[in-house]
Design a protein around this ligand. Structure first.
Ligand SMILES: NC(=O)c1ccc[n+]([C@@H]2O[C@H](COP(=O)([O-])OP(=O)(O)OC[C@H]3O[C@@H](n4cnc5c(N)ncnc54)[C@H](O)[C@@H]3O)[C@@H](O)[C@H]2O)c1
Length: 349
């Protein structure tokens, strides 16, 4: 299977390394607006064809599937063009920037019959799949509450991430999407019915801070920032379950923090910061630690599993475990939270 990778920035390495390890797959083409960036990756990963215009890559009939690793504002346009060009698509999270864009992508999937997998990489981690098995077997009973945090005390990556027009938003759409999705997937993807959210633009990007380093986009510009510093939200589901989340690019917090916790009527589980199940037996509360290679997500391995699943689905015709429908539902929740924050009231979805 010949693969094209569109977008040769930071995250493309995770895709490229995973495809490299995948049997029956050839890294065939790479594209980036910045030619040198694409050329460097082509050299590093031994890729024959280099493009600066994704339309030219898509016109190559030898390419069967593409990974889209570009800015969020291009996901809809490139996904739709790729599907119409007869390619299967793995698109990075978030699916796009709005519910309208998500619906157009979904229509293109239906119209073309091609496969689209959303890059909700956390679902593919081995620990996440282990927990899903326990939940599906009823070990936690009914999961009625989930709580997630993804707090960076200093970590606005700047560049396109800090430009609402290109990103669709700040920490909520960039890192909140991961933990909201993981909880929602574990809860059995209940239908969201309402959201209540707050966003804050209080601290800016804090480019003045010294002595602490953080990830910066390739095109970092400290003078430009239009995204929120932090967001929090309560999501209510049709089955009565609820999800509470807070995320930040910067906050006066003591340290960075990631937590993903699910609570059922028979037991609970924490996926982050460390995998642990909580149960009750013989009138005793038990914290049970599964013996696994990693206590929390193993990112390169999760990408390897995500891409292995994508390739397998392309070959079998099976629907991926993170299909376009889930990308659409996620956009309803994220955009609902932004709308709720702007209006200062709860939004019915
Ligand atoms: N799954 C994850 O954990 C994860 C982590 C980081 C980023 N991402 C997602 O991956 C995507 C890319 O993020 P990144 O960190 O690699 O950003 P980046 O800025 O490092 O790279 C993006 C690249 O896309 C290129 N590009 C933009 N528009 C293009 C177009 N129309 N045609 C060709 N190239 C184009 C840019 O020139 C740039 O090189 C985003 O959607 C982001 O949300 C996912």
């Amino acid at each position: 299977m010949n693969i094209g990778v569109i977008g040769a920035g930071s995250i493309s390495d995770m895709h490229l390394q995973a495809y490299e390890k995948q049997e029956g797959v050839k890294l065939y083409a790479i594209c980036d607006l910045k030619e040198q960036r694409a050329k460097d990756k082509a050299k590093q990963y031994d890729i024959e064809h280099v493009y600066t215009d994704y339309r030219e890559l898509l016109a190559n009939p030898d390419i069967e599937a593409v990974s889209i690793c570009t800015w969020n504002n291009t996901h809809a346009e490139i996904s739709i063009a790729a599907l119409r060009a007869g390619k299967h698509v793995l698109v990075e999270k978030p699916l796009c920037r709005s519910v309208e864009e998500a619906r157009l992508i979904q229509e293109a999937v239906t119209e073309t019959g091609k496969l689209l997998q959303v890059g909700f990489v956390r679902r593919y981690d081995a620990n996440a799949q282990l927990v899903k098995r326990f939940i599906d077997k009823g070990e936690l009973g009914e999961v009625y509450y989930a709580k997630a945090s993804c707090i960076r005390r200093l970590g606005n990556p700047g560049g396109w991430f800090a430009d609402t027009e290109r990103s669709g938003g700040g920490p909520l759409i960039d890192i909140g999407v991961h933990v909201i999705d993981l909880c929602w997937y574990m809860m059995g993807r209940p239908k969201p019915v309402s959201v209540s959210g707050n966003t804050y633009h209080k601290l800016g990007n804090r480019s003045n801070v010294q002595h602490l380093s953080f990830y910066k986009a390739a095109d970092y510009d400290a003078n430009f920032n239009t995204v929120e510093d932090m967001a929090n939200a309560l999501i209510r589901f049709e089955n009565g379950a609820s999800l509470l989340v807070d995320v930040s690019f910067t906050l006066h917090a003591k340290k960075d923090e990631i937590t993903v916790k699910l609570y059922g009527d028979k037991g609970g589980v924490e996926l982050e910061p460390e995998l642990v199940f909580i149960a009750e037996a013989n009138d005793t509360i038990l914290n049970i630690t599964p013996q696994t290679d990693h206590k929390s997500i193993n990112v390169p391995e999760a990408f390897r599993r995500e891409i292995s699943h994508f390739v397998a689905c392309c070959q079998s015709g099976d629907t991926p475990i993170s299909p376009v429908e889930d990308g659409l539902e996620m956009m309803k929740m994220l955009c609902g939270i932004y709308e709720s924050a702007a209006k200062g009231q709860e939004i019915r979805l």
